[in-house]
Structures are given as C-alpha cells and as structure tokens.
Design a protein around this ligand. Structure first.
Ligand code: GTP
Ligand code: MG
Length: 313
C-alpha cells in the first residue's frame, strides 16, 4: 500500500493543517481516505469542501484495492467464531466472537469485561487445543486461578490451557503498543496458532496518562496507531482481537444511557463489532450489539457463573 505520502502532498494541505490532522489521529492517507468530511472539518478546522477534496485525493492516490465479491466471500469463509457459552449471546453475534477483526467490549466497572475475556480465552481452546491466546493485561486482572476453574468446567486440562496463554503485563501505553507490535513476530517465529488476542483494558493507560494534559489529540494519535497494529494482527493471523474499554459519563445526554466509550471515533471505527455490557436484573448481564456491519442490533441477557457464561433460566 502506498502510505509513503506525506499529508502535505495533498493539495491544499499545508504544514499547519497537516499538523492538526496528525494530532487528531489522521496521520496517513488511508486515515483521510476513510474519514468523513465532518470529521476532518472538526479535526483541522478546514471547510467542508476542502475536506471533501482531501478525501477524494486520498482515495484516488491509494489504490483502494477492489476485490471481487467472490474473493471477499472466500476470506469470510476462513472466519471462525468463538462461542461465549450463552446461546442468547451467541445468537446475538451469529455464532460467537469472530476471528479476523476487532471486537470492542465496553461497559462500566464490574460489567463483566474481564470475565468475558477469561471465558473466551478458555473457549477458543475448546475449539482447538492447539489454539493460543495472547493476553495483554494492563490492569493486573488476569487470573490463572479463574482460568483453571473455567477450563475444568469446560472439560479441558487446565495445565494445557494455561500453557497456551501468553500473558504480558503492560506497564504503560508505550509498553502496551510495543507488546501488540511483537505479537505477530511471536506467532510467526514460534509457529503459534494465535487465535485470540486480548487487550484488557485497551484504554486505561491512555486515559490515565493523558488526563489533564490537554493533549487529547496526542492520545488519539497513539491510540489510532495502536488500533492499526491490532487490525493488521487480526487480519494476518486470522485472530479474534478482543479489546475492553470503559465508559465515561456523557453529561449532555438526557435520554437513554448517559455513557459513551473512551477513545471516541478512533476506537469505534477500528472495531468491527462493538458490544456494550451492562448489569441487568438479579445479577445478570446484558450485552447490546452496536453498529455491526451485517447483524441486526439487539440485546442478550446472561449470567456470569463459576463455569462460564450461561443463559438466564
Ligand atoms: P472493570 O475492569 O473494573 O472495568 O470491570 P469489568 O467489566 O472487567 O468487570 P469483571 O469482568 O471483573 O466483572 C466483575 C463481576 O464478574 C463481579 O462483580 C462478579 O459478579 C463476576 N465475577 C468475577 N469473578 C467471578 C468468578 O470467579 N465467578 C463468578 N461466578 N463470577 C465472577
Ligand atoms: Mg476488568
């Protein structure tokens, strides 16, 4: 792909505009090509017609790579689905969490994001004991004891399951980004069949480090780069990339749920599946599917139990 272009190669984009764009996470032609005019207007303070021209130029420059529908279908055929253990949740996802793309799970503390990550870590190995999991743990909440419990319930050998999980603690956002960049190498050099990459939490370090620094744009730029690394990983390894994300209060919302995911459009755009988790009645959890490309929006309720996810009775 020809991403060698500098932003200033786009007609009408001078150094100042290029800087603003890059600061907002639009640092490559590709990111401009897939942006909407409104987003660029907001990011760089350019007029809407200028934004349109920038987008059109970027689209022309990049061979946007047409594939026949048949080829796409072939690629889709290699998609595997990791079941959750709850029929309702699986039905919502048309079978489970897909390989080959990023799924974002967001929700408030205690909504079950880390539990879900543990459960998928075991379930992906139930599909094939040769499958490996890379678990990037930013909050020190990975628990081998919990894996053992879940593995036993799934009828797997807990020792084998633990052996197939490569855990890395990420101490800050730079470390986290570096770890993600190393995954492909790890998989290829060691010949590991990595089918699931967990990043729990995707945004906690970014959020903590950039708080109050007035540099939201820097944060978004780094987050954008990180998401691109993860996207490539999902595609190249045909792995499911599961990222968790917290929510923040959205004070201007009067109707509906007054929360939104951290990371804004950058995380949302990079994720193919977005699932909002919340606490339901009597200790249950509710998953809501949000802007999926090929599935209807909907909700599923389930319980987190010792043995994994279960449907409500
Ligand atoms: P944050 O990381 O704080 O944002 O929360 P989270 O969304 O990751 O929440 P987490 O997955 O840690 O969910 C915590 C909830 O899962 C608890 O309130 C429990 O209800 C449930 N839970 C945690 N551990 C277990 C366990 O070992 N067995 C069972 N049955 N439930 C558990
Ligand atoms: Mg958690």
């Amino acid at each position: 792909m020809t991403d060698e272009f500098a932003l200033t190669d786009i007609p009408g984009v001078g150094a100042a505009t290029a800087e603003k764009l890059a600061a907002a996470g639009y640092s490559t032609l590709m990111s401009i090509a897939v942006a909407t005019p409104a987003e660029l207007v907001e990011a760089a303070g350019v007029s809407e017609s200028a934004a349109r021209k920038m987008i059109n130029f970027s689209r022309d420059k990049l061979e946007m790579g047409f594939e026949s529908g048949e080829e796409v279908l072939k690629k889709r055929a290699r998609v595997e689905k990791i079941p959750t253990g709850s029929t309702a949740f699986d039905t919502l996802l048309n079978g489970g969490f897909e390989t080959g793309s990023i799924s974002e799970v967001f929700g408030e503390f205690g909504s079950g994001k880390t539990q879900l990550a543990h459960i998928l870590t075991v379930n992906v190995q139930k599909m094939d004991p040769e499958n490996y999991v890379v678990y990037i743990d930013t909050e020190n909440t990975f628990r081998p004891e919990r894996i053992i419990e879940l593995a036993k319930a799934a009828g797997l050998d807990p020792e084998q399951v633990l052996k197939h999980i490569m855990v890395a603690r990420a101490y800050n956002s730079d470390h986290q980004m570096l770890l993600a960049e190393k995954v492909e190498d790890l998989a290829v050099k060691q010949g590991l069949k990595v089918k699931l990459v967990v990043v729990d939490s995707l945004t906690a370090h970014f959020r903590a480090e950039f708080i109050g620094r007035g540099t939201l744009a820097d944060r978004q730029q780094k987050l954008n780069k990180h998401m691109h690394t993860l996207m490539k990983l999902a595609d190249k390894l045909n792995a499911c990339v599961l990222v968790t994300n917290q929510v923040m209060a959205k004070p201007d919302t009067f109707f509906g749920d007054p929360t939104q995911a951290i990371g804004g459009h950058i995380v949302a755009h990079a994720s193919t599946f977005r699932i909002y988790l919340r606490k339901g009645k009597k200790g249950s959890r509710v998953a809501k599917l949000i802007d999926s490309p090929n599935l209807p929006e909907g909700e599923a309720a389930f319980m987190v139990t010792t043995g994994g996810l279960k449907d409500l009775k």
